[in-house]
Design a protein. Structure first.
Length: 193
């Protein structure tokens, strides 16, 4: 059984989103197997060589689990979407479906704008070598601390990533819950050894 570093809440009706460019703000939403088949069929140059896919729960709190499909795996997207939408409330089952029951080593930890990672620079806590405390890093990221988008803490393993929202809405903006961020960051740090 796969054990993520922290619990991944599965709250709300999820959807699968995919991108070949890493621009999650432009991701395609897929609701079922047929939508995934149409997505692949409509790629102008054929299926891409790599495709990132996430199962996204709208929360609150927002959470998601993602994986990159490469080469021949891209054609398995309809099967993956079918498995993910079959058990929409089970984060553990989704992780298993995406990874084959193996996450691999913890490679990264970042705090960033959900579905806007490329629009608002993320804050790196773990880069595979060096740990940075969120309390020390957050002041240097004012656009993340009070953000136009919900903010999540994402953990990247060798074979998949997952995240949970660490901000709360305040009017039209989102403010990082520093206590929650520190709590989850502490759980990550425990897994670094």
């Amino acid at each position: 059984m796969i054990e993520p570093v922290f619990a991944i809440p599965a709250v709300g009706s999820p959807h699968v989103q995919v991108t070949a460019t890493g621009e999650w703000d432009k991701a395609s939403r897929l609701t079922d197997r047929d939508a995934a088949e149409r997505f692949l069929a409509e790629c102008p140059d054929g299926p891409p060589t790599a495709l990132a896919a996430e199962l996204f729960w709208p929360g609150p709190p927002i959470s998601f689990i993602g994986v990159v499909l490469r080469d021949d795996q891209v054609r398995t997207l309809p099967d993956l979407v079918d498995r993910l939408t079959d058990q929409p409330d089970a984060a553990g089952a989704a992780l298993t479906a995406m990874t084959g029951d193996k996450l691999g080593p913890l490679e990264t930890a970042q705090c960033g704008a959900i579905n806007a990672w490329t629009l608002v620079p993320p804050m790196t806590l773990w880069d595979g070598t060096t740990w940075r405390e969120p309390k020390a890093q957050l002041p240097a990221h004012p656009d993340l601390r009070v953000c136009d988008y919900p903010v999540g803490l994402e953990v990247g393993h060798e074979r998949a990533w997952y995240a949970v929202e660490v901000s709360r809405r305040a009017g039209s903006r989102h403010i990082v819950d520093e206590a929650r961020l520190d709590e989850l960051a502490g759980l990550i740090r425990q897994h670094l050894g």
